[in-house]
Ligand binder design. Structure first.
Ligand code: GZL
Length: 322
């Protein structure tokens, strides 16, 4: 009898040890299971994106109880869809997406739903059935466009002003909504749009497209609306190469609020910068944990954005986090 009791006790101990061990092995400590998250990032197109990626990687760290599977899609929508398919096949616990473009998401998100894998959107919104994702965390792009356009209207709206626009990635939520917001703010003013083309949110393309604008319109251009700092920074080279002075001959209003953008504002090459906060990682990680724990989450969490003139840029730069 004693032997039997001893054997049962030994098996019991082993079971506890294995359980304890598997919880420990899961690295969660205290019995929390590690949450495996597939993150489909757009790519590495801008300074904003680099800051957003760093924020996400810091938040979804192993010490915070996560295992992160990271994919950068080189801004190709087809690469992103393939990445999400791969996450589903790997059986991750949750999927986070910063969508390159707003369209083409329904089918793969339906697959994720059928696989009972929750999807959380960060940064960019998409045109899909809202039941296919648990939540969105990001910035209000339309408001950013309205704020940028509001500055242009109040500063230049009563004098004949010819504007060119460097648009973000075609079909992306920020490009669509910033344009909408900006247009609504300059309606009825004397600001005329001479031309508007995508610079794909990159410095290189911003410079190339601005060179084309300058060849076509020369010193008829009075204002540049750059839908992100990087395209505006690329345009600076083209403007100077044309013998013009950025911030004076051509006024520049931009969106993002990166260190480089605020530096250009501080030294007078830009005239106004609207912030789009990329430091979303902690909020996204908190929402993912709540979703996995079966807690109710809001459908949208909107980050707070500031706007900067030259004086505000000078004040903000010394402690700017990105
Ligand atoms: C905005 C973000 C945009 C930035 C660009 O939230 O999606 O993409 O404005 C970035 O700098 O490339």
């Amino acid at each position: 009898m004693k032997k039997l009791m001893g054997a049962i006790a030994a098996i019991g101990l082993m079971a506890v040890a294995l359980t304890g061990c598997s919880a420990g092995a899961a690295g969660g400590g205290g019995g929390h299971k590690v949450i495996t998250v597939g993150f489909a990032q757009t790519g590495s197109e801008s300074g904003w994106r680099a800051a957003n990626t760093q924020s996400m990687k810091e938040a979804f760290s192993s010490k915070n109880g996560f295992k992160l599977i990271f994919n950068a899609a080189d801004n190709k929508p087809e690469n992103q869809i393939a990445a999400v398919h791969s996450f589903i096949n790997q059986g991750v616990d949750a999927i986070v997406i910063a969508a390159v473009v707003t369209t083409g998401w329904d089918d793969v998100l339906k697959e994720a739903k059928d696989a009972k894998i929750p999807v959380i959107l960060e940064d960019r919104t998409i045109d899909a059935d809202p039941s296919l994702y648990a939540s969105w965390i990001g910035d209000d792009f339309k408001k950013e466009g309205e704020t940028a356009g509001g500055w242009a209207a109040s500063t230049l709206g009563t004098t004949a002003t010819n504007m060119v626009v460097l648009e973000g990635t075609t079909g992306s939520a920020p490009a669509i909504d910033r344009a909408k917001g900006f247009s609504s703010s300059i309606a009825g003013t004397s600001i005329t749009t001479l031309d508007s083309q995508t610079g794909n949110f990159t410095r290189a393309d911003g410079k190339t497209v601005m060179e084309g604008f300058l060849q076509k319109y020369g010193n008829k251009i009075n204002l540049l609306f750059a839908q992100n700092d990087d395209m505006g920074l690329g345009a600076l080279d083209a403007i100077k190469a044309a013998g013009l002075t950025p911030g004076k001959d051509i006024k520049i209003v931009s969106i993002d609020g990166t260190k480089d953008g605020l530096t250009a504002l501080s030294d007078g090459q830009f005239n106004y910068v609207v912030e789009c906060n990329p430091l979303l990682g902690d909020q996204v990680a908190s929402v993912v944990k709540d979703v996995i724990a079966g807690k109710k989450v809001d459908k949208a969490y909107t980050a707070k954005d500031l706007a900067f003139d030259q004086a505000a840029a000078k004040e903000a730069l010394p402690t700017r986090k990105y």
